[in-house]
Design a protein around this ligand. Structure first.
Ligand code: NAD
Ligand code: DAO
Ligand code: ZN
Length: 369
């Protein structure tokens, strides 16, 4: 079938709006009509060419929501008409990783997903006969996509696509990092580095679990107002701090934070986040994705004296199990998504969404189809 898509033809170039061809779903696969998709920093990272795993030409996008149109053979858990959120971390419930109970990093389709292909090693997308790569197993920058059954969370039908698409990445990543990865306790003091689409969700989850001080750090002071509405209690712009940031934050949190979150992807900030933790027990969670080849460093004595460094992917969430619950939280008014979606636009304006992100003008832009 012909579908409308924003195609990443080459690294470093704007997306190209094209009519492309999509083959129907094969065994274990599902055809989904995408109704809305968010644009995340990670799409920009891959499009820039900085992502060592980035493949071109490809259909990017990993933060979507839509409706099942057709299912391939052997699909049992979904049927046409079901509302779904595609998952870039699948949940097969059967692999060693899923069964471990220790991680959300299902490996059932990892190898082919990382190569931009469906589990049988082929692509469903093409443009005038040329193969296009899938992206993160989701490729939501198209009005129809094919996704493995194990990479789709079934959600309630009254949830608005243009809001809950954000649960496909940013919301779940930020909230999950607090609840699943750090397991922040009531009364904790936390520091959140980077008040963008991820960091603001970390902040709202910290408020939800009853954190005490919620310190936000950002170079852009325009983020202060919205972060305060989400629960930030103290704002620090590193440009306004005389001297080193770390001792300033340790002093502010009276000995260091119980938990810190790096939501930028900057290895220097990752070090500051670790070293702003409380001696003896503070934990720093890396969420940001750093540029290719970059490395983190600290003095090992920081860890010897009890600080802990962790990372999290998709907030440690098991998508098919946890995403429907987060949709319920939104529908029940427990979490705020509406105020984070600052721009909504049609697909042919998607490059403007990338401009807004780079200019620091948007929190989340959403494309509706
Ligand atoms: P964003 O661009 O919306 O937000 C980043 C914020 O950091 C901005 O407000 C910016 O002003 C601020 N900032 C930049 N440099 C800074 C510095 N040196 N000190 C303080 N503040 C600084 O990005 P986002 O969408 O929130 O994504 C954040 C990171 O999370 C990205 O690296 C993204 O790739 C990553 N990410 C990770 C996962 C995961 O599962 N681990 C999921 C989604 C996104
Ligand atoms: O299982 O080896 C693996 C990788 C799983 C993918 C995790 C990606 C999470 C970080 C990228 C940001 C996503 C938007
Ligand atoms: Zn699995």
């Amino acid at each position: 079938m012909d579908v409308k898509a924003a195609v990443a033809l080459e690294a470093g170039k704007p997306l190209s709006i094209e009519t492309i061809q999509l083959d129907g779903p094969r065994a274990g696969e599902v055809l989904v009509e995408i109704k809305a998709t968010g644009i995340c920093h990670t799409d920009a990272y891959t499009l820039s060419g900085a992502d060592p795993e980035g493949l071109f030409p490809a259909v990017l996008g990993h933060e979507g929501a839509g409706i099942v149109v057709d299912v391939g053979p052997d699909v049992k858990s979904l049927k046409p008409g079901d509302h779904v959120i595609p998952l870039y971390v699948p949940e097969c419930r059967n692999c060693e990783y899923c069964l471990s109970g220790k991680t959300n990093l299902c490996q059932a389709i990892r190898l082919t997903q990382g190569k931009g292909l469906m589990p049988d090693g082929s692509s469903r997308f093409s443009l005038d006969g040329q193969k296009l790569f899938h992206y993160m197993g989701t490729s939501t920058f198209a009005n129809y996509t094919v996704v493995p059954e194990i990479a789709l969370a079934k959600i309630r039908e009254d949830a608005p696509f243009e809001k809950v698409c954000y649960i496909g990445c940013g919301v779940t990543t930020g909230i999950g990092a607090v609840i699943n990865t750090a397991k922040v306790e009531p009364g904790s003091n936390v520091i959140v580095f980077g008040l963008g689409g991820i960091g603001l969700n970390v902040i709202q989850a910290c408020r939800m679990v009853g954190a005490n001080m919620i310190v936000g750090v950002d170079l852009n002071s325009k983020k202060q107002a919205i972060a305060e509405t989400f629960g930030m209690t103290h704002f620090v712009n590193p440009k306004d701090v005389d001297g080193d940031l770390v001792p300033y934050l340790v002093e502010l949190t009276k000995g260091g934070a119980d938990y810190t979150f790096e939501c930028i992807g900057n290895v220097k900030v990752m070090r500051q986040a670790l070293e702003s933790c409380h001696k003896g027990w503070g934990e720093s969670i890396i969420i940001g994705v750093a540029g290719a080849g970059q490395e983190i460093s600290t003095r090992p004595f920081q860890l010897v004296t009890g600080r802990v460094w962790r990372g999290t992917a998709f907030g440690g969430a098991k998508g098919r199990t946890d995403v429907p619950t987060i949709v319920d939280w939104y529908m029940d008014g427990k979490i705020n998504i509406d105020d984070l979606i600052t721009h909504v636009m049609p697909l042919d304006q998607i490059n403007h969404a990338f401009d807004l992100m780079h200019e620091g003008e948007s929190i989340r832009s959403v494309v509706t189809f």
